[in-house]
Design a protein around this ligand. Structure first.
Ligand code: MN
Length: 364
């Protein structure tokens, strides 16, 4: 906190959240999973470097530092090393516990620059001109944090919460409302829990997950740099790197499929679902193209699902299928997924016609 000549104080800090150290990625390639674990560390170090280079006073972490209640000691050592670097530069680190974190036990208590908020009550750290208020979360926590916080007059007031603010798609932990938070008249409220960086107001902000935690965490990830000079001025700093992206695309040809793939940054975990109508041969081409993308195109991880329907002539491709794959005694039901596309509806619609072809085949 620096006293400035115009009267008042200037304060600069960093807000990060939801790092989820120890997160194990399921449903992706094992190498991609390793890349992401490195990616998380690289991003955390990026924040530490940024804090040191930009001479911020402190870093706030608004919960879910760890992904589970039993943190990995390799992660613990890594984080400790980072926090020690901050200590050497006189930068403090404040953290609360989120719904993923362990509820008890003290971390990093030998580092004098690390402050945690624990217990059921609001903890306040008075830094002189600035007071940081925090509440750690308990399992299935239904406390409304807005009812527990009260600003300290004559100081810059910052709150740290892991809380759901009227988002119906998330666990309703420590539920509160934007109006209640606004009415507290705090200078800045650092929120955690929602993984998409979200500015509910200029000074009430979810920093989002530092690194994508699951395929739901699509898009850019980073942190907020906050400057308070009478009023908070927060800006999102994106950390470039591996992103997760999931798309549901309407395509009607292999050209469209190729154009989409070629437009994509390779440094991502890409998951696409293709839907549309194509010719039978086109479908086969798309499928083998996507298989080659998987192995040769250099994405961190790539997966796809086909929900393509055969254009126009349903009997023709089914006939081909039957000739190549059907054995006597197979059920028609089994045929519908032989080529991995969903033609079940089409079979139902054209059942009589297809049956006639099958009958014809077996009569020969
Ligand atoms: Mn989280």
């Amino acid at each position: 906190m620096v006293e400035i000549t115009t009267g008042g104080f200037a304060l600069k800090f960093i807000h990060i959240s939801d790092t989820h150290f120890g997160k194990v990625y399921k449903n992706i390639d094992i190498n991609a999973s390793k890349i992401l674990i490195e990616e998380r560390r690289r991003r955390f170090e990026y924040v530490i470097d940024y804090a040191i280079e930009n001479r911020v006073e402190f870093i706030i972490h608004s919960g879910d530092l760890f992904d589970n209640k039993d943190p990995d000691y390799v992660d613990m050592l890594f984080i400790r090393k980072c926090l020690k670097r901050l200590l050497d530069k006189g930068i403090d680190f404040y953290f609360i516990r989120g719904n993923h974190d362990k509820k008890d036990g003290i971390f990093f208590d030998d580092l004098s620059n690390v402050y945690e908020f624990s217990g059921f009550e609001v903890t306040k750290y008075d830094r002189g001109g600035c007071v940081i208020h925090g509440i750690s979360q308990l399992d299935s926590d239904l406390r409304n944090p807005a009812e527990m916080l009260k600003r300290v007059e004559g100081k810059v007031n910052v709150a740290v919460l892991h809380s759901n603010v009227q988002n119906p798609h998330h666990n309703n932990y420590m539920p509160t409302t934007l109006n209640e938070l606004k009415n507290l008249s705090f200078d800045y409220i650092a929120l955690g829990h929602i993984h998409i960086p979200t500015e509910l107001d200029y000074n009430i902000i979810y920093a989002g997950s530092l690194c994508p935690v699951s395929k739901k965490d699509a898009g850019p990830r980073g942190f907020y740099e906050v400057e308070i000079l009478n009023k908070a001025n927060a800006r999102f700093i994106e950390i470039e790197g591996v992103t997760f992206n999931k798309y549901n695309l309407e395509i009607n040809s292999i050209d469209e499929t190729e154009a989409f793939i070629n437009s994509q940054d390779r440094n991502q975990i890409l998951d696409i679902t293709l839907r549309g109508f194509v010719e039978y041969d086109e479908l086969k081409n798309i499928k083998s193209y996507l298989e080659s993308v998987k192995s040769d195109y250099g994405f961190v991880d790539f997966s796809y699902e086909l929900d393509l329907k055969i254009k126009d002539d349903i009997v023709h491709p089914m006939y081909k299928l039957l000739l190549s794959d059907l054995k006597q005694g197979d059920f028609l039901e089994d045929v519908s997924f032989t080529e991995g596309y969903s033609a079940r509806e089409d079979i139902d619609e054209n059942f009589d016609e297809i049956k006639e072809i099958i009958d014809g085949l077996f009569r020969r």
